[in-house]
Design a protein around this ligand. Structure first.
Ligand code: CA
Length: 381
């Protein structure tokens, strides 16, 4: 099989109701999709993570200008070799951010090609599935103009519980006193039952995060995600020694080289690489192996359209429980419930929650078909 073309699709649409997280207001949902075609008629799809404030055009330019010339005429089964060549080519101007985002999308599309050609889901090509379904947690709780908090967050939590969610993650990072009042207020409003996580999107210094951790220690918070800057590994180590709340991070780290320090220095309790950002299947399975060697669980970050969601489910299937036991602590699926006009339509609504769990597709490749009408509807030049 030979790669004949690498196409990129930038999808973007304004939101009816903009929402805020600790870094700013999100007015659009955007993503960058990669479509790899081959001489055998097999097409593979991949997605590049597009953070709320990230222009998708950067990753598209990386694919078209740097990666595509390297890929045309190559065999997708050389996927590991191709990954290292893409990384080596872009090292002087890449390593972190939109360049590994772009490599991730290409790599996912190559694995999708291999799975579709072999008639197997990607998880089987990677060694098999530890699980065929996963418990999702609801990501949402973004701030919207005109709402009052924590009251509206308690109402949102009840909607998630009504859909079957047993775990959810609050957006924080809006000020130390405001966050403490908010977290305690939501916990009081929903009771002790639901699993609750918090995510500050690196809004704080170590000292400010410490004050929040001390104030919410008794509120049954499962993890505190990105309390501080992703560059401050020593800060994470300091915080981790002060609290019984798990510390989690990783959505702003990239490749096995980037994760090496986090893992070897035991900076967090839970690692959160994003398949569509940290390097795709090829690199994330290596990050997973490093994490396993240091006995650190992975709960991937997911903030994608249906393509990235489907691919992330394949990755989650391959994650060994840490440790493997009769009642292991299983990874969760981050299941974004915030406004996204094409998340589900892009894959014909193929991934849904039933009885509080999400099934991991066992059909070829990333396990979903792509709706080209949706791609055309939201494509921007
Ligand atoms: Ca996050």
């Amino acid at each position: 099989m030979i790669i004949t073309d690498v196409r990129t699709h930038v999808l973007s649409t304004p939101l009816d109701e903009p929402f805020a997280f600790s870094m700013g207001w999100v007015h659009r949902r955007s993503t960058m999709i990669v479509e790899v075609t081959t001489d055998e008629g097999v097409t593979g799809w991949g997605e590049s993570l597009c953070h709320g404030l990230q222009p998708p055009e950067i990753a598209r330019t990386v694919v078209q200008s740097a990666l595509k010339p390297l890929l045309i005429g190559q065999d997708p089964a050389q996927v590991d070799v191709l990954w290292e060549r893409m990384y080596n080519l872009t090292r002087p101007f890449g390593q972190k951010g939109a360049v590994p985002n772009a490599i991730s999308a290409v790599d996912i599309a190559l694995w999708d090609c291999l799975g579709r050609a072999a008639g197997q889901p990607v998880c089987k090509l990677l060694g098999g599935a530890y699980r065929t379904r996963v418990q999702p947690y609801a990501t949402g709780f973004y701030r919207v103009q005109g709402r009052s908090y924590p009251e509206d967050a308690v109402a949102e939590a009840r909607r998630h519980i009504g859909k079957g969610f047993r775990a959810m993650k609050l957006k924080t990072g809006f000020g130390v006193e405001e966050d403490i009042r908010y977290i305690l207020g939501v916990r009081e409003g929903i009771g002790d039952g639901p699993v609750l996580m918090i995510d500050a999107n690196h809004a704080y210094s170590v000292g400010a995060a410490r004050r929040i951790l001390k104030a919410i220690e008794g509120a049954g918070i499962h993890w505190f995600e990105e309390p501080i800057s992703p560059e401050d590994i020593d800060g994470y180590r300091e915080l981790k020694s002060l609290t019984s709340i798990y510390l989690a991070a990783g959505e702003n780290e990239f490749t096995k080289i980037g994760f090496r320090e986090w893992i070897a220095r035991r900076a967090v309790d839970i690692l959160q690489p994003d398949l569509c950002s940290a390097g795709g299947f090829t690199e994330c399975r290596k990050i997973s192996a490093l994490a396993q060697a240091w006995h650190t669980p992975i709960v991937p970050h997911v903030w994608a359209s249906g393509i990235g969601l489907a691919a992330s489910l394949q990755f989650i299937a391959t994650l060994p429980p840490a440790p493997l036991a009769m009642h292991p602590i299983e990874p969760l699926l981050e299941y974004d419930q915030s406004s996204h006009p094409f998340r589900q339509d892009l894959i014909f609504g193929a991934i849904q929650m039933h009885d509080g769990m999400v099934e991991i597709p066992q059909t070829p490749g990333i396990g979903v078909e792509i709706n080209r009408e949706v791609i055309e509807k939201y494509s921007s030049a």
